[in-house]
Design a protein around this ligand. Structure first.
Ligand code: GLN
Length: 447
């Protein structure tokens, strides 16, 4: 059914970069046998999934939506995907994204844009736009995305699906092609909270192959699916409701807060602080890490190599000039600049200090509140090609999501209504470190 649906919708939506229907059906047959003879049980057995194309899959190309990895076939499968496969999920294909996960609209993909299933004149958001559009269009039951600065939550919000960015260290990054390693996390995108929790139960876990992986006491996220928010303390940052926020988005979030209040939660406004510093700090840190991580794409070890070059340095230069798109080059240059001697202290080190202060601001807030509630993005999904010429404007759209990555916290996007154009609006729930269960519980009660 998922493959048939994809056949119907892909021409217009283009949420997948590759679909391997034959392997998927073969795998589904094997899973069915295992279910019948009782060797495989669990909620994901036989469930069709999409995987963002920056997550390595052996036997399926993994391109990061970049020309430089156009024909890259990984020799191994990411830990998170391996866990999904062990639990019987059936991967049907790899989903489109912004090139190397840099962007907020899925328009920087070398292989063409993905369209929003709710209205194909609009973007699906990004960078996990393909994963979110695929779930919204019913082409798979869930998908994996990655979130460095909102890339699961923002497209989930724009596509009317549910997405969770777990606490840093919860899901192994082994096999996730690095963008900003200190911020990157893999997480689930699904139709509702229950499905997201079921996927997170499976993909979370300690992994020796990722040195930042954390061994947690419990991975039973589904255990938080209880319809009860009585006495839960919810803080709403006043600073998230300034002039940049679309009034329709604001109204939807205020309504959502009322619903939770009526269900017995204790809702209160507060000043989080430092909100204006999150974007500059994030773009300095993420670009710095990206410039270092992307140095491995040099035409020698992976993927594309230019032809007709002059010497080794000529080969590097021509390969990278031809292989990377404009946004990726912009980040590499910005990152190299802020890390260069003379500017390191002024920019990179300063950004790390701001990051520490942002973390402290959240720590203080979580002394008073169980969760923080606010918008995911200032607007609903913009029209196609309205963001590309103005990168700074695009970066500003990340204001509510990126501080969560800087602080390493769990955050999720939950559908909270529609604007007057019929486009979905998401609300964001942010939890304390390792407190996914609090946001899952509130999201479930809200749904
Ligand atoms: N818009 C953010 C960026 O471009 C999103 C990144 C992400 O989460 N992958 O950096």
């Amino acid at each position: 059914a998922a493959l048939a649906r994809a056949e119907e919708r892909e021409q217009e939506i283009h949420s997948f970069l590759s679909i391997d229907g034959e392997s998927a059906l073969k795998r589904a047959g094997e899973v069915q046998k295992q279910i019948e003879d009782g060797t495989l049980t669990g909620p994901l057995a036989g469930v069709p999934a999409g995987i963002k194309d920056n997550i390595c899959t052996r036997g399926m190309k993994t391109t990061c939506a970049s020309k430089i990895l156009e024909n890259y076939n990984p020799t191994y499968t990411a830990e998170a995907v391996q866990k999904l496969e062990q639990s019987g999920a059936v991967v049907i294909g790899k989903t489109n994204m912004d090139e190397f996960a840099m962007g907020s609209t899925t328009e920087t993909s070398y292989f063409g844009v993905t369209r929003n299933p709710w209205n194909p004149c609009h973007v699906p958001g990004g960078s996990s736009g393909g994963s979110c559009a695929a779930v919204a269009a019913g082409e798979c039951s869930f998908a994996l995305g990655s979130d460095t600065g909102g890339s699961i939550r923002q497209p989930s919000s724009f596509c009317g699906v549910t997405g969770i960015k777990p606490t840093y260290g919860t899901v192994s990054r082994y096999g996730l092609i690095a963008y900003g390693s200190s911020l990157d996390q893999i997480g689930p995108v699904a139709r509702d909270v229950t499905d997201c929790a079921a996927v997170l139960d499976v993909i979370a876990g300690h992994d020796n192959k990722d040195s930042t992986s954390v061994a947690r006491g419990s991975y039973d996220f589904s255990g938080a699916l209880i319809d009860d928010v009585k006495d839960m303390k919810i803080g709403i940052p006043r600073d998230y409701f300034g002039s940049g926020l679309d009034p329709e988005v604001k109204d939807a979030i205020v309504r959502a807060a009322k619903v939770l209040e009526e269900k017995g939660a204790d809702v209160e406004e507060f000043d989080l602080g430092l909100v204006d510093y999150a974007i500059p700090a994030y773009y300095v840190i993420a670009s710095a890490e990206a410039s270092s991580n992307l140095s491995r794409f040099d035409g020698v070890k992976y993927g594309y190599r230019a032809e007709g070059y002059d010497g080794l340095h000529g080969m590097y230069k021509k390969t990278r000039t031809e292989g990377f798109g404009a946004e990726v080059k912009r980040r590499i240059m910005l990152g190299s600049f802020v890390l260069s001697s003379g500017y390191y202290d002024a920019y990179y080190l300063k950004a790390l200090k701001v990051k520490a202060l942002i973390k402290q601001a959240f720590d203080r807030a979580f002394e008073r509140y169980d969760i923080i509630l606010g918008p995911v993005a200032p607007t609903t999904a913009p029209k196609l090609s309205s963001s590309l010429d103005d990168p700074l404007h695009m970066y500003l759209g990340d204001i509510y999501t990126i501080s969560v990555n800087l602080a390493g916290l769990p955050g999720m996007s939950v559908p909270a209504g529609y604007d007057s154009k019929g486009l979905p609006i998401g609300m964001q729930l942010i939890g304390g470190c390792y407190k996914e269960k609090d946001i899952i519980r509130a999201a479930y009660a809200f749904e």
